[in-house]
Write a protein that binds this ligand. Sequence first.
Ligand code: ADP
Ligand code: MG
Length: 301
Amino acid sequence: MKIGILSRNRNLYSTKRLVEAGKEREHEMVVINHKRCYMNITSHKPEIHIDGKLIKGVDAIIPRIGASISFYGTAVVRQFEMMGVYSVNESVAITRSRDKLRALQLLSRKGIGLPVTGFANSPDDTDDLLAFVGGAPVVIKLLEGTQGVGVVLAETTKAAESVIEAFRGLKANFMVQEYIKEAGGADIRCFVIGDKVVASMMRQGKEGEFRSNLHRGGSATLIRITPEERSTAVRSAKVMGLNVAGVDLLRSNHGPVVMEVNSTPGLEGIEKATGKDVAGMVIEFIEKNAKKGKTGTKGQG
Ligand code: ADP
Ligand code: MG
């Protein structure tokens, strides 16, 4: 097969590993910089071009769209779909999971464990919002933040009010969340492919940090997850409609709660922590599932 990886940098660990894993399985691998793609949206003959050339003959794509270019990146994925190219994660599913609020709303409908979360528009509702989630300490987070940026722990009501006021002043969309203190600055990343958790790791924030993101200096270790955690992760990916997903869970006193579902989970942390060939498993999933025009719209909402 000819498999395209949508990535802006061919030197990133995840991109390199996917290229390597594909070549090992005798596929032709091409790295396509989605930011450089442009589209011709003509009826019956949708096309994508790059550097003056028509992109042809791609059987499947693996989108690795950074959060900063979600809009353009998902438009390129959608255009591939219009051309009948199989995308391992479809554009609608990527968009769905990128908005943390939309994602939590969809997960809540399916009864998936979540931290209690509130969302409001008016400053008049701040008191109620804080009351919903049980008062301070609370976590306040931007809807489209990533890598821990825009996630704040407010230890007191006063601090929470100040942060909320600041975010409102910046016209930023944010939500207020129950702080899962018992997680102790650790979370669990479940790497889901299809209907299986193929690898999982525990990430622990560095000393004094409640955010466990590896980009913030967290460290990863191998972990055994419970059957409940496993099924929560698989169901969450399914609700989002993602075939490949990084589902992040916290261990709370009331069972696993989902933090977020990532549509472009990094491979470096998980492969190094587990020693597994996760890139190879992504390619194998494509081998089994890629059919022309098969990308439909899965998930709901
Ligand atoms: P990002 O998309 O920036 O990674 P997350 O919502 O995943 O944002 O939050 C980053 C990290 O902060 C999480 O991995 C977790 O360790 C911590 N965290 C986020 N929300 C909570 C919460 N409600 N309770 C406890 N820890 C949290
Ligand atoms: Mg996260």
